[in-house]
Design a protein around this ligand. Structure first.
Ligand code: AVJ
Length: 331
């Protein structure tokens, strides 16, 4: 086990035990080293991700914002003019603003962003604070715990629109995505809606330049994970001895981000009391970003118990917004 007081880092930052455990498990496992993508988003990583969303090569966020701004009124009408809108991941609220203002034209709206990061919730609440007719009730929790809380604190009979945007679903494998949506379905009530944003399959060239942009923002976003391990877990990664790599796995239609060791090297992680060996060319796998076919998204939702109400597709970039409804209380 890692948690020994004697090996505590010299920095004043308190060690996040979940981060410590993820890094320990990920770097000590035999074969492919892996660290889950949620750890890319410390303060620096989140700021770099915001830059990624405005890069010309990364069309994901622009495509979704365009869809939401054009279809907001339709989405709100198709989801029974919801008075309670719950969102997984709070982001900066820029995309959600379109939906909120369309819904708030009909009636006062409660907006419930769910995020593990209290800082992210704060930013989101600040960004959306001035909105007419919108009351914000943030929940700091994991997605599934947060949904449970957001669903049970509603007024009886009040249907919910749940937003899961940005293609965050793409971080799951296909089978994980289906079981996650089943768990979401269980926490919802009949008559509730789910709006799911997902990035679509496109050419290898577009995907590689979206995830390995020419000015290196995505590389910095990925490499920051090593700098974060240095900062928070007292490690001595020489960040310059690693490179960012984006691979397209055609069979799984997903981008895989890796951090590749340029040379054979050893790295100490003092807070964990371990030394990690890398052979030249060995990688840490830091993210998978799955790309879907539009019909596939409705099928995944249907397999989890939802009825597909409608889909909006941006054909220029290739992004889909799919609206699902929970029709019955059990299946
Ligand atoms: C936030 C998970 C949707 O997969 O496109 C962007 C994260 N990683 N560039 C994505 C990301 C590298 C992003 N998601």
């Amino acid at each position: 086990m890692f948690a020994s007081a004697a090996a505590a880092p010299s920095s004043l930052v308190r060690v996040n035990p979940e981060f410590a455990e993820a890094v320990l498990n990920g770097l000590k496992q035999k074969g492919q080293k892996t660290i889950p993508p949620s750890w890319l988003y410390d303060e620096v990583g989140s700021a770099l991700f915001e830059v990624i969303t405005v890069l010309p090569e990364y069309g994901v966020t622009r495509a979704e914002a365009g869809l939401l701004s054009h279809a907001a009124e339709e989405i709100v009408r198709a989801s029974a003019r919801p008075a309670r809108i719950v969102e997984l991941g709070s982001g900066t609220g820029t995309k959600t603003r379109h939906i909120l203002s369309a819904a708030a034209r009909h009636q006062p709206v409660h907006y419930v962003p769910i995020d593990i990061s209290a800082a992210a919730l704060d930013n989101c609440a600040k960004a959306l604070s001035g909105m007419q007719n919108v009351e914000i009730e943030p929940i700091a929790a994991t997605y599934l715990e947060g949904i449970h809380e957001a669903m049970s604190s509603r007024k009886s009979g009040e249907p919910v629109l749940l937003l899961f945007l940005g293609s965050t679903i793409g971080n799951f494998t296909r089978s994980e995505a289906a079981s996650f949506l089943t768990r979401v379905w269980r926490r919802m009530r009949a008559g509730d809606f789910l709006l799911l944003g997902a990035d679509l399959v496109k050419s290898r060239e577009r995907l590689i330049s979206a995830y390995d942009d020419p000015i290196g923002v995505t590389a910095a976003f990925n490499l920051n994970l090593l700098a974060r391990i240095n900062r928070e877990l007292d490690a001595n990664f020489d960040v310059e001895q690693f490179t960012h790599q984006a691979r397209y796995n055609e069979r799984q239609s997903r981008i895989e981000m890796h951090l590749r060791s340029r040379v054979a090297q050893e790295v100490r992680v003092d807070a964990l009391g371990i030394t990690v060996k890398f052979v030249a060319g060995e990688t840490i796998w830091t993210e998978s970003s799955h790309k879907f076919r539009a019909e596939e998204i409705s099928r995944i939702g249907q397999r989890s118990g939802f009825a597909c109400v409608r889909q909006w597709v941006d054909g220029d970039w290739g992004f889909a917004e799919t609206l699902f409804r929970k029709t019955a209380a059990d299946r």
